[in-house]
Design a protein around this ligand. Structure first.
Ligand code: CA
Length: 170
């Protein structure tokens, strides 16, 4: 299953390029233009992967890594124009998972996202299959719906996450 990507990017051209790229590659994605919006979307939408530009107008990208890592292990792929090694190392030390320097090739970006997705599937963070069936229990991951004996359960997002975590054995 493809991860929901939160793209944090203040540059309008880059943001629209990423939007097009993920539409074509059929990745669900949401976009934030600044740090505050990014943190708000992170909390409300619970993305599976964060694509982060380090240079943002309101918050330093590294501050966002620090804040997210206070309570979540969501993979963070840093995308930045800064090529200095110190920024790269600092971002990785703060808990970023990977780093791409602009300008980057879209093929390389997609390849890195596939690597992160595979890692998440292997660790059960995101499910590999789209439907899980066990006895009377059915989970439709794409629609985020759960059925018990063919009846749809009305779950809160947290209850849904707990069931998914439970069946993935984590
Ligand atoms: Ca920027």
């Amino acid at each position: 299953m493809k991860p929901l990507i939160l793209s944090i990017e203040d540059d309008a051209q880059m943001a629209s390029l990423l939007k097009t790229l993920f539409e074509i590659s059929e990745y669900p994605m949401i976009q934030a233009r600044n740090g505050k919006e990014a943190l708000r979307l992170f909390l409300s939408e619970k993305p599976d992967l964060v694509l982060l530009d380090l240079g943002l107008p309101d918050l330093d990208g590294k501050e966002i890594i620090r804040k997210i890592r206070e309570f979540a292990q969501t993979p963070i792929l840093v995308l930045s124009a800064r090529s200095e090694d110190t920024d790269k190392i600092e971002a990785l030390d703060l808990g970023a998972d990977d780093y791409l320097t602009k300008p980057f090739s879209v093929e390389e970006l997609l390849a890195r996202i596939r690597v992160i997705s595979r890692r998440m599937e292997q660790s059960g963070v995101i499910p590999a299959q789209t439907i899980f069936v066990n006895g009377g229990l059915e989970i439709h991951y794409e629609e985020q719906e759960v059925y018990l004996d063919h009846k749809r359960l009305h779950l809160t997002p947290l209850e849904y996450r707990l069931i998914v975590l439970f069946v993935s054995g984590n």
